[in-house]
Design a protein around this ligand. Sequence first.
Ligand code: PNS
Length: 163
Amino acid sequence: MRTAICPGSFDPITLGHLNIIRRTARIFDKVVVLVMYNASKPSPMFTLEERVDQIGRVVARFGNVTVEAHDGLLAEYARKFDEPVIVKGLRASTDFENEFQMAQINKSINPALETMFLTSSEKYTFLSSSMVRELASYGADLSEFVPFEVIEEVERKARQRGR
Ligand code: PNS
């Protein structure tokens, strides 16, 4: 049984993330969506628990996808699997340098860990959680960018936070 880990900060989950999760779930027997802190993105919009809850609702449509949170190192989390594989989406060359660096560091901590990349669908190459947060702060329509299960929560939180 081969399990893939799809890690990310998912603050909030976007349709681009969902596209990568869906495609990973077709390739692997099981997928764990792992919600984590990104040290370079302080002051998240949602807590880890809120994000796990949101993603849980979104991935309920898949039979082989579960959600967990981990507030430590990704490479340490992956030790619970025999042959751990991380799957991430690559949107553009701007993602590549950072992702390449993370993959190398993760492998140096846990040599059993492999990282694979799926190229993002053309439709979502421009899409990011930070863009969603910005659009939400202006009260824009999010239906093209965010799974319908979480739109209301993102809108509500954006109203509370203001611009
Ligand atoms: O969706 P993101 O923000 O691009 O995901 C980045 C994330 C959360 C996967 C990355 O920051 C991460 O792995 N954080 C956990 C801590 C860790 O293992 N850091 C070392 C990687 S260099």
